[in-house]
Design a protein around this ligand. Structure first.
Ligand SMILES: *Cc1c(COP(=O)(O)O)cnc(C)c1O
Ligand SMILES: [Zn+2]
Length: 504
């Protein structure tokens, strides 16, 4: 819809203008020492104390002057505009990057992913009403695109301002960060080039093909993600590169859009809602808490939804940290990870742990009760729930299966009650992790996964080649005449037999 066709009172708010908006002022703030820094430079950690940073809007209070109900109308009407910069995560411009001129925004189709209610069969199995939010339906097939759209828009902004030129964007990855980083960087060619570091044989073939296809320099190194991360950190300290891991606080800002979309899709009513998401490097749960908090502080939502973070028993440092009920006694201990089908979350020493600790406190205290919970699930449950979900119309990845397994476990433990409604994060597309499905169907998981298939969930193709046929078609060698007729007849008969079909 064209701007002049919207109600007059809403028109001035529809197209965000960083200049006349009254002054969003973004700053980096250190979570440890409280130091603040301007955003003209790319910073990842505090130059004073080395701790991770978050980006705040120093003039955030101006957004509180707009009533929550008016914000609802702004976002709902803004969705009808046909301006591509505002079609993705920047629909929530004032909350995600209020300083960003629209012509710096990189939009590749990310965000506004479908929220799909589970069918009654699956809801009965889980015991509770729930939806999947399919973040695999982003351009590189994972939620990482939300953060990359923000980080690369910001880099684009710095380039346009003349603060940066010839950027080498670099990241360590469990597979999806590199796929996303390489995709967004390739759009900003030739000003931005990208290089990605992957743990050798610890990403799926699909995830490896993605940065290669986007033209990034791809390096495979021995070890696991945590080892890659150390190498990337060393590179970013010594050389002039732009780090695209979630240590980069711009990533977090973009990923907040996940919360904003949930709020908007439920008409901003977060009563009795539970959001469940997997934790790896903990950037996602950081962003989701931060997003809901911002909408709460501005009156856009009146309640903070319950948040449940899930980890596999094979990579569970965050879960272990919160096992200790007494906050004073908690101590973070990195873990050595074991193989996990939730491979993108196979991280023993999450970079965003200080952010999680900081935000969980705020989230619980703003909620006036414990409202963030952590659960762990087995590898077996992850696979079983993923496959069951996908047999009921979903496209969940292993991490989506992990979130669903967490829903069931949290409900059994009484963390979730019957009247609540869950939004379960499927962070990537099923196809990225189809190798694990194949291992399940072939019962070929190495012992350390501790997964044995449930026969009811196994599926495999059946080869049909009627024994009595002398000739069958082959590529480049089609059958003709009677031979072909017989082939079609006999093959369809065998399939009909296999399916127990009745004649019409
Ligand atoms: C990155 C990733 C995660 C983990 O998210 P963090 O922000 O690292 O906690 C989970 N699932 C998928 C598919 C991912 O790519
Ligand atoms: Zn500091």
């Amino acid at each position: 819809m064209k701007i002049e066709n919207f109600p007059e009172d809403i028109q001035p708010y529809l197209i965000p203008d960083p200049v006349s908006d009254g002054g969003g002022r973004l700053i980096y703030r250190c979570l440890e020492c409280g130091q603040e820094y301007g955003i003209e430079k790319l910073l990842y950690t505090c130059p004073e104390c080395g701790q991770v940073l978050l980006i705040y809007d120093a003039n955030f209070d101006r957004l509180k002057k707009i009533p929550g109900e008016l914000w609802h109308r702004i976002f709902d009407y803004r969705k009808m505009l046909k301006i591509s910069a505002l079609k993705g995560i920047y629909l929530y411009h004032e909350f995600i990057g209020s300083i960003m001129p629209l012509d710096s925004i990189v939009y590749l189709g990310e965000g506004h992913t479908p929220i799909v209610e589970a069918n009654s069969f699956l809801q009965k199995k889980a015991g509770i009403r729930f939806y999947f939010k399919n973040d695999g339906q982003n351009p590189s097939a994972s939620f990482k695109d939300r953060g990359m759209a923000s980080a690369l828009s910001y880099i684009n902004f710095l380039i346009k301002k003349g603060y940066l030129s010839d950027v080498l964007a670099i990241c360590a990855s469990t597979g999806d960060t590199s796929a996303s980083a390489a995709l967004y960087a390739s759009y900003l060619k030739p000003h931005v080039k990208s290089a990605v570091l992957l743990p050798h044989k610890k990403v799926t073939p699909q995830q490896l093909s993605q940065p290669l296809g986007s033209g990034a320099s791809v390096f495979e190194i021995p070890g696991v993600f945590d080892d890659c991360m150390k190498v990337v950190e060393a590179l970013s300290e010594k050389y002039n590169v732009a780090l695209l891991n979630s240590k980069n606080a711009w990533r977090i800002l973009g990923q907040e859009s996940y919360s904003y979309e949930i709020a908007q899709d439920f008409e901003y009513d977060m009563n009795d809602k539970v959001v469940i998401l997997p934790i790896g490097n903990a950037g996602n749960i950081t962003a989701v808490m931060s997003g809901f908090l911002k909408f709460y502080e501005t009156g856009i939502i009146k309640t903070l939804p319950k948040i449940i973070g899930v980890q596999s028993k094979h990579a569970n440092p965050v879960y272990r940290y919160y096992l200790e009920p007494d906050a004073e006694k908690r101590k973070f201990v990195p873990v050595t990870v074991k193989p996990s089908v939730a491979q993108a979350a196979m991280i023993g020493n999450p970079v965003s742990m200080p952010r999680v600790i900081h935000l969980v406190d705020i989230y619980n205290s703003m909620s006036d009760k414990q409202n963030v919970f952590f659960v762990e699930v087995s590898e077996q449950d992850i696979m079983d729930w993923e496959l069951l979900a996908n047999r009921n119309g979903h496209i969940a990845c292993t991490h989506g299966g992990e979130s669903l397994a967490a829903l069931v476990s949290a409900y059994e433990k009484g963390i979730i009650e019957k009247n609540e409604v869950a939004i379960v994060d499927s962070t990537a597309h099923a196809l990225k992790f189809s190798g694990f499905q194949e291992m399940y169907f072939a019962n070929s998981f190495p012992a350390e996964f501790e997964i044995s298939p449930n026969p009811d969930l196994i599926n495999s193709p059946v080869f049909i080649r009627p024994k009595d046929l002398e000739k069958v078609p082959a590529p480049g060698k089609p059958l003709t005449g009677e031979d072909f007729k017989r082939f079609v007849e006999r093959t369809s008969e065998e399939i009909a037999n296999a399916l127990n079909l009745k004649r019409v």
